[in-house]
Design a protein around this ligand. Structure first.
Ligand code: GBH
Length: 506
């Protein structure tokens, strides 16, 4: 543990000397804990972005409208400062600049997403937008020419509005539409792409989009819409995996995974109630999707709790939909790797008073908080808790066995104006060290991806929180990218393949 808090509390006449003392304590204690072993050969280090957050060109060259285009235009005030991602980082025009900075950093891979509406403007395969196809072909070609592996997310929250108009992921029709879209991607880009992820953080799409309405389309349907969305999304993922497995894997040699939100849930006490509450939270967040795909159904605790609460609320059936026998067989094992986006940790207590509202959040029956001594970032939900990633990785191993794990996002925010991001240097160093510890623990993790390559459109927070290694000047016509101080640190990791300055071979 590093005792950051001591510094904050030393506004006394001895400030200077105590400060110096504390810095010594901090560097001594922190250093001791850092893992200086090199990562194994073949371990992947890279950075990530997503289409809506960086591309801009929202209606250019034949792109169709997505639910995010509509969400930000329809009621501008849902986004901080009424911002949109109409232009964002302008990566649609500046992808060569993006690849140039990736190359300069020396990354092994770059994780980006394809905007469904840029390649299939209607959401259906009846119409292909050639300009959109060319854009991603160029991006992939440029990456490969620079020895950077493309890691492609098929869907990072941006549903075609044509499909959103008829319920988006709450309408089962989307399953076949998504499979057709994926097939189009395999046909068009599959020879060049070996790492696929179907969905980024389905909990955001479902609970954010159709539960509490903080993500597009902003629908409020807690406990109904959010579960229905997840149900269809899981089926869509599984069908895409089968499609790849049967028709593309033998010639394209890739893998198809899915990335989940993955907070670490730390029990607040040793009491059985709190231990159970923390485990319940992990199952409600990660297990909702992972248990279905690895073990073939929703986690037992979700099925039980939601069925009981539904009955008590007078519903005839559980609000959590049931898979048919045939569907259960299709989803079980339909995943090659589990993606992990880790940012922070929550302390978890059992919720004493059982809430009456029937949402996912309430069904979980937990109370959460973050400790005061955990360092803050510029995001209210994100405090720095590096040991959480190690615990999470170990939990994944215990819970899902040795299925490969890919850290598809890890990062911290600044105020989006600074270039002096010591917080990010420390954050990456401590998290990468903990990932190395997890390898020592025997966890089968094969890659680490820093979120994000550059500051970008941070959803409802607009441009007020910056997760980038690079700063972007959003007021300039050029959307100028400049390295923050953390870039030097990340470059060093990429060169030396370890978290510290004194790397040793394992
Ligand atoms: C990831 O989500 C996303 O994949 C990525 O697109 C995003 O840029 C990145 O994190 C940084 O946020 O704003 O108070 O309503 C991480 C999980 C879940 C964290 C939603 C923020 C919203 C908090 N996110 N949560 S709030």
């Amino acid at each position: 543990m590093c005792f950051f808090k001591i510094i904050v509390n030393t506004a006394t006449m001895f400030r200077q000397s105590i400060w110096v003392l504390c810095v010594l304590v901090i560097s001594a204690t922190c250093k001791q804990e850092l893992n200086n072993k090199r990562f194994p050969q073949g371990f992947l280090f890279g950075t990530a972005t997503s289409a809506y957050q960086i591309e801009g060109a929202w209606n250019e060259d034949g792109k169709g409208e997505s639910n995010w285009d509509v969400f930000v235009h329809r009621v501008p005030s849902v986004i901080k400062n009424n911002e949109t991602a109409d232009v964002a980082c302008d990566s649609y025009h500046k992808y060569k600049d993006d690849v140039a900075i990736l190359k300069d950093m020396g990354v092994d891979h770059y994780r980006f997403s394809i905007a469904w509406t840029r390649v299939l403007p209607t959401g259906f395969v009846n119409e292909v937008n050639q300009a959109g196809v060319t854009y991603y072909k160029n991006l992939i070609r440029e990456l490969k020419a620079n020895n950077i592996l493309p890691v492609v997310t098929m869907f990072h929250y941006d549903t075609p509005q044509t499909l959103e108009n008829i319920g988006g992921f709450t309408n089962e029709l989307i399953v076949d539409r998504f499979v057709e879209y994926a097939q189009f991607l395999f046909e068009t880009f599959g020879d060049e792409v070996q790492y696929w992820a179907t969905f980024n953080e389905p909990k955001q799409t479902c609970q954010g989009g159709y539960g509490i309405g903080t993500k597009a389309p902003g629908v409020l349907s807690p406990g109904i819409g959010e579960y229905l969305c997840a149900h269809n999304l899981i089926k869509a993922h599984a069908e895409v995996w089968h499609l790849y497995d049967k028709h593309y894997r033998h010639k394209q040699n890739g893998v198809v995974g899915i990335t989940m939100d993955s907070f670490w849930a730390e029990p607040n006490s040793d009491s059985q109630e709190d231990q159970d509450a923390a485990e319940r939270m992990r199952q409600f967040i990660y297990g909702w999707y992972a248990n279905a795909l690895v073990n073939g159904d929703y986690p037992e605790v979700m099925r039980k709790v939601i069925a009981e609460r539904s009955a008590a609320q007078g519903f005839k059936k559980s609000r959590l939909p049931q898979f048919t026998e045939k569907q259960l067989q299709r989803i079980k094992g339909a995943v090659d790797y589990l993606g992990v986006n880790y940012y922070t940790t929550y302390m978890v207590k059992n919720q004493g008073d059982v809430p009456v509202v029937s949402g996912w959040q309430e069904d979980m029956q937990v109370e959460t908080y973050q400790k005061d001594e955990w360092q803050r970032s510029s995001s209210a939900w994100l405090r720095v808790v590096p040991w959480g990633i190690r615990k999470l990785l170990n939990w994944l191993k215990t819970t899902y066995g040795d299925i490969p794990i890919f850290i598809t996002e890890n990062g911290v925010s600044d105020n989006a104006t600074t270039h002096d991001d010591q917080i990010r240097i420390d954050y990456y160093q401590q998290h990468i060290s903990n990932v190395r510890d997890a390898l020592d623990d025997g966890v089968n993790v094969f890659g680490y991806t820093a979120w994000s390559l550059m500051n970008n459109f941070e959803w409802i927070k607009g441009y007020t929180e910056g997760f980038g290694l690079y700063h972007v000047d959003f007021s300039s016509a050029n959307k100028t990218r400049t390295p923050k101080r953390s870039v030097e640190y990340f470059k060093k990791v990429l060169r030396t393949r370890c978290a510290t300055d004194d790397c040793v071979d394992a």
